[in-house]
Design a protein around this ligand. Sequence first.
Ligand code: HEM
Ligand SMILES: *[C@@H]1O[C@H](CO)[C@@H](O)[C@H](O)[C@H]1NC(C)=O
Length: 326
Amino acid sequence: MEMRYRNLFVLSVVLSLVSTASAQLRTDYYKNICPNVEQYVRDAVAQKFQQTFVTAPATLRLYFHDCFVRGCDASVLLASPNNKAEKDHPDDLSLAGDGFDTVVKAKAAVDLDPRCRFKVSCADILALAAREVVALTGGPRYPVELGRLDGRISTIASVQHSLPQPGFNLDQLNTMFSSHGLTQTDMISLSGGHTIGFSHCGKFSRRIYKFSPTKRIDPTLNPAYALQLRQMCPLNVNPDVAIQLDPTSPQVFDNAYFKNLQKGMGLLASDQVLFTDPRSKDTVNLFASNTTAFYEAFVTGITKLGRVGVKTGRQGEIRRDCTVVN
Ligand code: HEM
Ligand SMILES: *[C@@H]1O[C@H](CO)[C@@H](O)[C@H](O)[C@H]1NC(C)=O
């Protein structure tokens, strides 16, 4: 081979290696395989959402938890006969069943079409379903990159230290998100997912009862809001009680979450710290004042989230049943 061409060849091999590291997702991946996949998922998710609002927060959080543990590979959906799968980890036990059910229903709708049957990955169906619930609750409808394969491994151990905790400070949040290629701005916009859905009292009870040896209530909490939270979450509260993450407009995907933070009404410590820490405050103020800026940043963030740890080729498969490996 002539020198010039050999260099070109080496260059193209190197480039293709670099691009497999982040996988080749495309918005038109199923164009010739299952051209109507987006409509099938859209209709199935809308139908499920009509039955229960919880569909929306449950599906969005499920997608986040899938992507942060072993990548966006639907590993979170795998059932385990002996309760040793991802979903059995304490951080995943609070994932609402309606999120799992949404994927099962969307998958069944896709597989009704003989052209599509067993050709669309569960990981992609979850990515599409997450977009649908954002749009159904009034958020942006954005293009979804597709072409993920489903993983074959799901263990409790892989969840440990993989998901952010509600008591995390800004450095801890940034460290965890940056390990997946997400910036602080991505992290803040994605935290805006807490504009819908609920949290159980235990995830923030420290903030209202035993913040520190000298302070019982977290001083970054709005005092009136803290008292309301104490009423809704008395000591020895029923562990099933769940509180709206965005008390202003709990069912709308808007920027009220960021306006709440400005008032000391972030429910989790990891929410409120985004406004308290001077390094992230300006971004919170921007998203609180400009919905378009929030939506644009959220679409960037969730698109990058969807590229985390994507599997291609022999790394994965297209699961026939989203709850078991083939
Ligand atoms: C930034 C770090 C994050 C932390 C510390 C965090 C933590 C939590 C916690 C503790 C809950 C309550 C769980 C329960 O008690 O049932 C929750 C709920 C939720 N999270 Fe996050 N989360 C984070 C980021 C995200 C991201 C990036 C998304 C998606 C874009 C997201 C979406 C949700 C949703 C939608 C709910 C409500 C779930 C429901 O109502 O079923 N969270 N989160
Ligand atoms: C809001 O943000 C968008 C997107 O970044 C920008 O184009 C627009 O000019 C901003 N609007 C205001 C009023 O600052």
